[in-house]
Design a protein around this ligand. Structure first.
Ligand code: DC
Length: 229
């Protein structure tokens, strides 16, 4: 099947803690595609607005703040590492990965001006194809033309346990009840916002990652991708 460059895109959407990042990195590495972590971009914008003390209701202030922003994604050197982020010349890679910053990112991501700016940046990055884009709206809004779309899902408790393990691995203390509440609230906020809510693209293939290992999910996806190549 002939695919234009702009269609040679894998989109991987789904709620938080479903294994999207690890799986996206694996799939990108297996295909030798670039991994685009759109969540990292929303986290960086959240941090920028928070540090500048911007009122999220003030559209003009948000717009002005974003106009002066420089945002650079640094590809991970290793499949097991997160993408790095340099915001206004400062490395914020670690700072943006806390559960608190996830909530800040979720609030910022509900603003139309933020989505407009980041969607445009993501489309530019993906214009030459050969990328694996991961997020909430990559198959629906950012790259509706993508040839391979996936929607990953799993029960909130399963996702909480995975995130807890990840945080413990980083030497952090975890309150499981708080973490579960945060996941449920973030799902709700991401699914009910009026602009680009988290939802499955009609033509996306759904995979429940609860019962599968990361390797099994990646393998399922790579097989499906091979069929449409
Ligand atoms: O994937 P993540 O947990 O790093 O994303 C952080 C937040 O950013 C998430 O709560 C919702 C938002 N987000 C979004 O709205 N659209 C995307 N494409 C990616 C992330």
């Amino acid at each position: 099947m002939y695919l234009k460059a702009s269609q040679q895109i894998v989109t991987i959407d789904g709620p938080s803690g479903v294994g999207k990042s690890t799986i996206s990195r694996k799939v990108a590495s297996a295909l030798s595609f670039i991994y685009l972590d759109t969540g990292a971009m929303y986290r960086a914008v959240g941090l920028k607005l928070k540090q500048a003390g911007i009122d999220l209701q003030d559209d003009t202030a948000v717009r002005n703040c974003l106009a002066s922003m420089s945002l650079e994604l640094i590809p991970a050197t290793d499949e097991s590492e997160d993408v790095g982020v340099v915001l206004d010349g400062r490395d914020v890679s670690l700072e943006i990965r806390s559960p608190e910053m996830a909530m800040v990112a979720s609030a910022a991501s509900a603003l139309p001006v933020v989505r407009e700016k980041l969607t445009q940046m993501q489309q530019e990055i993906g214009s030459k194809g050969r990328i694996v884009a991961e997020g909430r709206d990559t198959g629906t809004i950012v790259f509706p033309q993508a040839a391979w779309k996936f929607y990953l899902d799993a029960a909130p408790e399963v996702r909480m346990q995975r995130r807890a393990e990840q945080l413990r691995g980083q030497g952090k203390q975890v309150n499981e009840k708080e973490l579960l509440d945060m996941i449920i609230k973030r799902d709700y906020d991401d699914q009910t916002r009026s602009i680009a809510p988290l939802c499955k693209a009609e033509d996306a293939r759904v995979i429940d990652t609860g019962a599968l290992s990361i390797e099994e999910v990646a393998e399922t996806m790579l097989k499906a991708i091979e069929l449409v190549k």
